[in-house]
Design a protein around this ligand. Sequence first.
Ligand code: SF4
Ligand code: SF4
Length: 338
Amino acid sequence: MNKPKTVAFEAGERSIFYHILTACNLRCRHCYINPEQHGSNTLSIADIENGLKILRGAGPANVIFLGGEPTLHPDLPTAIRVAKKLDYAVTVDSNGYMLNNFLENIQPDEVDFLSFSLDGPNRAVNDPIRGEGSFTVCTGNLQKAVALGFNVSVIYTVSRANIADLADMIPLLTNLSVKRFFIQVIGLRGKSAPAAKNGGNFGNSPQVSRDEWLAVVPAVAARAAKAGIHVTYPKVFLETAEEFACAGLVAENFFVFPNGRVYRCPLCEDYPVNSYRIEGNSLVRETGLREEAFFALNIAEGCVMNKLLQPDTIEYDAGGAPPRRISCCLLKQEIRPE
Ligand code: SF4
Ligand code: SF4
């Protein structure tokens, strides 16, 4: 039986998480987009190209086009072609509505992956989270994309509302011929932040506890791998012997928003602490107290931003010490098909 492996951060490989707009046709319950902090403008194709060039770097690079809903952008197919010319591996993360006839306007060999977001294995679980009718539309377009020959993956955001249904994704993904599955943990950002604060210590928070997570996610991932699906899920909790690493120090991730803000850590995206901004043809380093000032702080709880921004998610023993560290939210476990 294949064992899950921790995917080490790759120095020298870049990933650009490119939010080309924040508008969306859906209103998901856990949406992390925060137009006050991220802007509500739509980048022009010239701006998108400019950002892709500025952030390209010299080594291998990935760009993940995001929104809002990226297929709402009428120039997304052009943006994909520009990114491929610059030798990016390209992924589009979509809610599955495939707007502006996206599937008709791009060829399967022009894009590396189309990722479809589903938060439940059926309408009853998915639609209360993502919106009435979204399961049917998303799975319908996913089938269409598979038939056309696109590489597809599915993203499932685990919360209190759907962790019990995660295992039922395996037969659904098998029926849909999906071979790549990304499980995410709900972030306490955007719309989820107030619920988390009110709930405190997992009361009404949408986030699941360590025990709930460990009781379900690794076992489902292993079963999915047995069924021929390649699964990636966040590490979340480190064991005592495991080393802690902050992606802000050892990896090259850039989270770019339409208002020009560029973050290195996704947990910081609700705050004006971005490390850089895009201005004209340059990536400008921001001054003052910024996210980067915190990355090197060595604390018993592990991720410093988790401790600062989401302290209620940390458990302590009777002596007041955290029994384990929270990993970087970008650290992943991967289990490949058997
Ligand atoms: S599809 Fe994405 S951007 Fe749109 S509401 Fe849902 S989480 Fe937010
Ligand atoms: S989540 Fe924590 S460990 Fe990861 S980049 Fe942000 S501050 Fe660093």
